[in-house]
Design a protein around this ligand. Sequence first.
Ligand code: CAA
Length: 301
Amino acid sequence: MFRSLVVKPFSRSAATVSATLGVKSAAARHQLNSIRFVSTEAPAYGMIKTETQGRVAIITLNRPKALNALCSELFHEINDALARFDNDANIGAVVLTGSERAFAAGADIKEMKDAEFINNYKSNFLGHWAEQISKMRKPIVAAVNGFALGGGCELAMMCDIIYAGEKAVFGQPEINLGTIPGAGGTQRLTHAVGKSKAMEMILTGSVNLNAEEAKAYGLVSAVFPPEKLLEETIKTATRIASKGAVSVQMAKEAVNQAYELSLSSGLHFERRLFQATFATKDQKEGMSAFAEKRKPAFVHE
Ligand code: CAA
């Protein structure tokens, strides 16, 4: 009877579940207590930290000695955590951040320096980086302090919103290493800052954007003092997570199509999703709440 039950170990004990389900007989309680409760607790990560604040999940890159250089293991952990939070109905938005010194100083140069083309090609090197992030249905807000260079800048640009600390530095220095950006820099940076600036940054490898410049170019949407950055980012993520999750997901999908579709196809896509929101409880609640001059209580359905 209870075989498929999955319970968060820290939110409910077996006893609480027994009580909630009104399990009265000793035999049924025994059966329930012998169930292996599947843990949804964070696995033990070595290079990131994860926590939740209400409906917001926070992933902090934590490889300080290498300035959060993105080695394979670090990226696997990021992807794993993102997948977990994307599938957690209690989470409405994710914040991705690093340390005050570095969001991430790029792909791990020491790890990849001896790599060969044939293995890169066969393993689709860097392909796995964006896989989970681009599949994410929930919004990700990046809080960037310090260096966001190479793959670090690209990682920030894979997120939906970027907030920067005053000392943030965005750049694509790969050309200095005899290579080019490989995780979206030539594409997303160009969309964000325009061709001339993107070319200047990518071809020289030394023209970087500070936080205010990044804001002026539209790469980031707000700049905060470093010590306030995470708090402000979490505030925005909390605001997003308080909205109806279905309309948030649809809005994110529609905005992202602006990068993929012609204007008429994009407008068509948007209109269909807009019409579809009227099948949700949250649209009924949101509009009724407006008419009744009260705050909506979204149920994310
Ligand atoms: N890979 C591996 N290790 C890195 C790293 C990286 N991308 N960036 C920094 N580190 C390591 C350094 O080697 C150093 O380690 P040790 O103490 O063991 O020597 C440690 O982090 C601290 O770095 P620095 O001593 O260099 O610190 P700094 O303050 O003097 O300079 C910096 C900071 C300007 C960010 C400098 O570290 C730097 O230029 N890093 C490389 C930046 C870069 O080229 N990024 C692009 C990588 S390629 C890429 O990302 C491809 C892609 O498109 C995906």
